[in-house]
Design a protein around this ligand. Sequence first.
Ligand SMILES: Nc1ncnc2c1ncn2[C@@H]1O[C@H](COP(=O)(O)OP(=O)(O)O)[C@@H](O)[C@H]1O
Ligand SMILES: [Mg+2]
Length: 246
Amino acid sequence: MEPHKIETEQALEILINQTIKHNDNYQKARFKVSEENLNKEMFNKFIIGYGTGILQNQFGNGIFVIDEMNRNVIDQLYFYITSNELKFKGDIKKGILLCGKYGTGKSVLMKSYRYIVNWFYRSSFWDGTKPEATKPTFPGPISMWKSTELLKKILKDGGELDSIISGQNPILIDDLGLEPVSANIFGTPILPIVDLLLHRYDHGHLTFATSNFNKTDLGERYGCMIKDRLDSMFNFMVLYGESRRK
Ligand SMILES: Nc1ncnc2c1ncn2[C@@H]1O[C@H](COP(=O)(O)OP(=O)(O)O)[C@@H](O)[C@H]1O
Ligand SMILES: [Mg+2]
């Protein structure tokens, strides 16, 4: 990561720390992500705060907005992080695959979400306790990979899946389906990302993704090996609307 990005991330963290400290439930927030210690208003502030930080970092300007295009998805992400099985329209034990057209804000939103999850995860370790409520949903911090970078990494390791990408900690694959589906290793054709997804599914490891492709497109792209499993692996969510890119 480039140095200036770390600075922004740290600055945001300090800001959020201060916000949380002013919250009566601060102590509880260090243990559990529940509606009690992370209310919806605060969650939205986190999404906007981190989201804006990401936009500033990437483009030097911009303010993250919550509007009718992303509100539904953000609500669902909130029910997911607080493990609200009644209100979450899906299965909390599965990962999330956020689809939508190019430019609808998938990457920025999921990056921002990842910062929140990881912040709670880390803060629960600062005082040496286990992240109880986050445990079934988030067994560890989420690492994020561009699908093309992930493919490069696997190919560099000779097709091997290392523990960072195949282990129990959740991963977020940005732009799933944009990478070439098959590759050759020493003349042998392999399907690196399909293999990774199947491995993670078989081991019950959570995977998150963004994609310009919908479920049908991805099924066709990756083939019958994975088509049926996509539904078992992911809650599919859609960011509607047109591109926010200017
Ligand atoms: N919630 C938002 N509020 C304001 N601008 C946004 C928001 N989400 C995305 N954008 C703008 O749209 C651009 C595309 O977002 P991005 O997340 O990269 O889209 P996608 O991953 O869906 O292609 C961003 O660079 C930013 O300028
Ligand atoms: Mg994107």
